[in-house]
Design a protein around this ligand. Structure first.
Ligand SMILES: C[S@@+](CC[C@H](N)C(=O)[O-])C[C@H]1O[C@@H](n2cnc3c(N)ncnc32)[C@H](O)[C@@H]1O
Length: 334
């Protein structure tokens, strides 16, 4: 069975959940409603849902939206129907034929037979869509995406594929270990700056990308399978057209975007994760927003405390990059 965290995702905060809890505890932050505007894998939202919070979950990638609907929604699904179809995909070969995905991706990110399987399941899912609830469709699609990710010929993301021959282990679609939560989340797939002004919550968690590496470039294959628009691809790394999914947070307008976002928020607390890749050698890995810029920005909106992952907090003073990696900024909004 898959758990929500069983995927490789750059910048996911699974390991930092205890750090987030500790910071919120030590600040005595009591909240009932929250928004996770750059939710990625959804593990932070899941963590809050499990603590009986009411959560708004957002990310601009459609594949992530599919995952939230599968894992975190309260909408109906039939476990029986899900296992019937997973069984069919795992055991039958009736539905397998050459397809968009195998034509393009065979022997690149996936072996030929795995690319054929992935594309065939995806194609078949469209043919049974009418007989599924939206949640069932998202659950089956998530199982396919998590399973594909397991056998991908990559270092963990799809910026490029490895030059080695892709592993040809047969893909098995596993069920998702779905939990129940007390409150249904609000799930959106939009630019965080659009959502920012539309929610009114106690706490807003902000975890954007900080460098020039675009998430859509890392996860274009999952997005391609999830959307299934069968778009033409280009270049050596076989990416589909994706300009509208590129994040302003990975461009030179990053600070302007964050300023705009924060000024739109209707919230009592802003909790922002920041990781310091300040000393990175490549330009693409350098942070677009500097530590001090975030500090100056958030000071304008309220009382600010900054924690590092060694759990010390700083009110002011010089910057302290050495030996530190993860920070949490907590702003109690005026
Ligand atoms: C650092 S990751 C978040 C990781 C997440 N907290 C987790 O634990 O998995 C940043 C996320 O922001 C999303 N993103 C980037 N720009 C965005 C934007 N303008 N609006 C909404 N989401 C955006 C990316 O797709 C990515 O999933």
């Amino acid at each position: 069975m898959y758990k929500i965290q069983n995927r490789r995702y750059i910048g996911n905060k699974l390991k930092l959940l205890p750090f987030i809890d500790k910071v919120l505890d030590s600040e005595g932050i009591d909240f009932n409603t929250c928004a996770d505007l750059f939710a990625g894998t959804g593990v932070v939202s899941e963590h809050f849902l499990a603590q009986n919070k009411k959560v708004c979950i957002n990310d601009n990638l459609f594949s992530n939206y599919v995952f939230y609907n599968a894992w975190l929604s309260d909408k109906e699904y039939s476990p029986k129907k899900i296992s019937k179809w997973l069984d069919y995909y795992n055991k039958s070969t009736d539905f397998i034929r050459d397809n968009y995905f195998s034509d393009i991706f065979s022997d690149t990110y996936f072996s030929h037979s795995n690319a054929k399987f992935i594309g065939s399941v995806r194609e078949h899912l469209e043919t049974i869509k009418e007989s599924l609830t939206q949640r069932e469709y998202c659950i089956l699609l998530s199982s396919l995406l998590y399973s594909a990710d397991k056998v991908a010929n990559t270092v963990g993301h799809y910026e490029a594929f490895l030059s080695s021959v892709p592993i040809n282990t047969k893909i098995e679609l596993l069920p998702l270990e779905i939990k129940q939560y007390n409150y249904p989340p609000i799930i959106t797939c939009n630019d965080a700056n659009v959502i920012a002004g539309k929610v009114n919550v106690d706490l807003t968690y902000i975890d954007p990308p900080y460098n020039a590496r675009q998430y859509i470039n890392f996860y274009h294959i999952l997005e391609n399978i999830a959307e299934w628009k069968k778009l033409p691809v280009s270049g050596k790394t076989l990416k589909m057209p994706r300009n509208e999914k590129k994040s302003n947070y990975s461009k030179s307008k990053a600070l302007n975007s964050l300023t705009d976002l924060v000024s739109k928020l209707k919230t009592k607390y802003i909790v922002l994760s920041y990781n310091n890749t300040y000393k990175a050698n490549s330009e693409a890995s350098n942070n677009k927003i500097k530590f001090n810029e975030i500090k100056e920005l958030l000071y304008k909106f309220g009382t600010l405390k900054i924690y590092d992952s060694e759990y010390k907090f700083f009110n002011s003073g010089k910057t302290f990059f050495d030996g530190h990696k993860e920070f949490i900024f907590v702003c109690k909004v005026k």
